[in-house]
Design a protein around this ligand. Structure first.
Ligand SMILES: Nc1ncnc2c1ncn2[C@@H]1O[C@H](COP(=O)(O)OP(=O)(O)O)[C@@H](O)[C@H]1O
Ligand SMILES: [Mg+2]
Length: 274
């Protein structure tokens, strides 16, 4: 087991479930080490300032990014602007200043749909599945931009989330909270994204289901898809994070590796319950 290059220190010891060639195109992570891209991070929302419509700015010079091979986690109090930052990176919010770059390309002016075409997958915090459609139909909808055969990708999603194969004909709205989140993540994977953004993927699930979802997220990262995610379970999320951001009132309050943030007395006291 210790010789397995896919075995890292994130607590998921089941190497048999990892796939050598997954949905992504980027080489698999090794030993938990990330590689900064030569031209800057793979995906970055850089110094973003902006808000909703004509309303006040919610984000103030806010920067979040994720590198190849990384899991980056955004934490912070309710209303801090975490979801707003994700929406800004995905193009659902006009940033008044700052930029968004994907693999070195400035995509600040692109629509969300064009960003999906460029390789971004996004699972929003709310309304992230079609409840009246079956699991399978949700996955098909996820692949809407593709014109090629999607059956192989669907099989990969079912391999990752076996319960979804079992429930493929069931209405997604009948599934448990954790299973719905699997549908949402699976739907985003159907476009074969180069980077995946998840807004609170473990919201409203039990601690056991949360652990399972984190294991699956780690697996997705191991297939070579960098992950930028917001989490309210800050401590557990930072434990699996290569990089973490603490946002407060739309600003970057603390940034570091997951380990650094977990060890920071100020971060512990204010955001991790001591
Ligand atoms: N659609 C919206 N229109 C106007 N204001 C919004 C909207 N969504 C969120 N906000 C405001 O933006 C701020 C940050 O919210 P949000 O990004 O959802 O925080 P978080 O995800 O960190 O809990 C809050 O003050 C919230 O009221
Ligand atoms: Mg939110």
């Amino acid at each position: 087991m210790s010789q397995n290059p896919y075995h890292d220190d994130r607590g998921n010891k089941d190497a048999s479930i990892t796939k050598r060639h997954g949905v992504g195109e980027i080489p698999t992570r090794k030993g938990g080490k990330s590689r900064p891209a030569p031209g800057g991070p793979f995906l970055i929302g850089d110094a973003m300032t902006g808000g909703y419509g004509k309303g006040p700015d919610i984000l103030h010079d806010c920067t979040v990014s994720v590198d190849r091979g990384e899991i980056a986690v955004i934490v912070g109090p309710n209303g801090a602007g975490k979801s707003t930052a994700m929406k800004a990176v995905f193009g659902m919010l006009d940033v008044r200043s700052g930029s968004v770059r994907l693999d070195g390309e400035d995509i600040t002016a692109l629509s969300p749909q064009d960003r999906v075409a460029k390789g971004m997958g996004f699972v929003p915090q709310n309304n992230n599945i079609f409840t009246s459609l079956s699991v399978e139909e949700n996955l098909e909808m996820g692949a809407f931009i593709r014109r090629d055969d999607i059956s192989g990708t669907m099989e990969q999603v079912f391999d990752l989330f076996p319960i979804l194969r079992e429930k493929r004909r069931q209405a997604a709205g009948e599934l448990s909270g954790g299973q719905r989140q699997q549908v949402a993540v699976g739907r985003a994977l159907m476009t074969r994204p180069k980077v995946l953004m998840l807004d609170e993927p473990t919201a409203g699930v039990s601690p056991i289901v949360m652990d399972e979802l984190f294991d699956r997220i780690i697996e997705v990262a191991r297939t070579g898809i960098p992950i930028l995610m917001v989490e309210q379970n800050a401590r557990q999320a930072l434990e699996i994070a290569d990089k973490g951001y603490v946002l407060v009132q739309g600003q970057n309050a603390y940034t570091g590796t997951g380990k650094e943030l977990l060890a920071d007395p100020e971060v512990r006291k204010s955001f991790l319950g001591g």
